[in-house]
Design a protein around this ligand. Structure first.
Ligand code: ADP
Ligand code: MG
Length: 203
């Protein structure tokens, strides 16, 4: 079976300001299959976010291959939705207008993208906050809104960098339940960075 995302002998070298360079990744071999929930766990600085950015197509590797369904990744794609940190919601837009961003880029009409935004907000349990501004939401609600924003682009895989860090345990469990449900009901693959073994045990 062809993996959804695969990296082969992936290396990423960063030049350091003070001279010299470091390898953030040195031969990373990771494969993610359809409907898989992959947790990337490791100490701070071991290269998790670097791997994720390369897999999302936001950054280029120095050496090695990064494939999506067997085809080299050249840049970001709607099929790979990133769940960024909570503060990446646009503060001047309502929650629904944030979720409507993906459909807007796809040329969907205003009425239709409002309907889509409400649909995805319902999926994450935030339909009552559609017309709120991001600053009116709690941390956990903003994180769920970010998942709705990513879903708005209709991805095949959700790529999330520590989406539950800095949230209390109840909200963490809520977000995890949501991600598991998206995998089970919508057939999404999920790649999630965490440094919390308790989180991994729940997936
Ligand atoms: P993690 O997410 O596992 O904590 P990162 O992928 O963020 O780790 O970083 C891996 C290593 O690469 C670290 O040593 C970090 O300092 C270095 N690094 C990451 N991004 C850059 C960059 N843009 N320039 C230089 N070094 C970087
Ligand atoms: Mg990181």
């Amino acid at each position: 079976m062809t993996p959804l995302i695969e990296t082969k002998a992936l290396c990423k070298k960063f030049a350091l300001d003070g001279g010299g360079s470091i390898f953030a990744l040195d031969g990373a071999e990771i494969a993610v299959f359809d409907k898989e929930f992959l947790c990337l766990l490791g100490p701070s600085g071991c290269g998790k976010s670097t791997w994720l950015r390369i897999a999302a197509g936001l950054e280029k590797a120095t050496y090695g291959e990064t494939l999506f369904k067997g085809v080299p990744i050249e840049g970001p794609s709607k099929e790979r939705g990133m769940v960024f940190q909570e503060y990446s919601l646009l503060p001047w837009r309502t929650v629904a207008e944030n979720v409507a961003l993906g459909p807007e880029f796809n040329g969907v009409s205003k009425k239709e993208r409002r309907a889509l935004a409400l649909h995805f907000l319902t999926r994450v349990g935030l339909e009552r906050f559609a017309d709120a501004k991001p600053h009116e939401l709690s941390g956990g609600m903003r994180q769920r809104a970010m998942i709705a924003v990513a879903l708005g682009c209709n991805p095949k895989v959700l790529i999330a960098d520590e989406p539950t860090t800095a949230l209390d345990v109840t909200v963490q469990a809520q977000i995890l339940r949501l991600l598991l449900e998206l995998r089970d009901r919508r057939g999404l693959s999920i790649i999630m960075i965490t440094h919390d073994l308790g989180v991994v045990a729940q997936t």
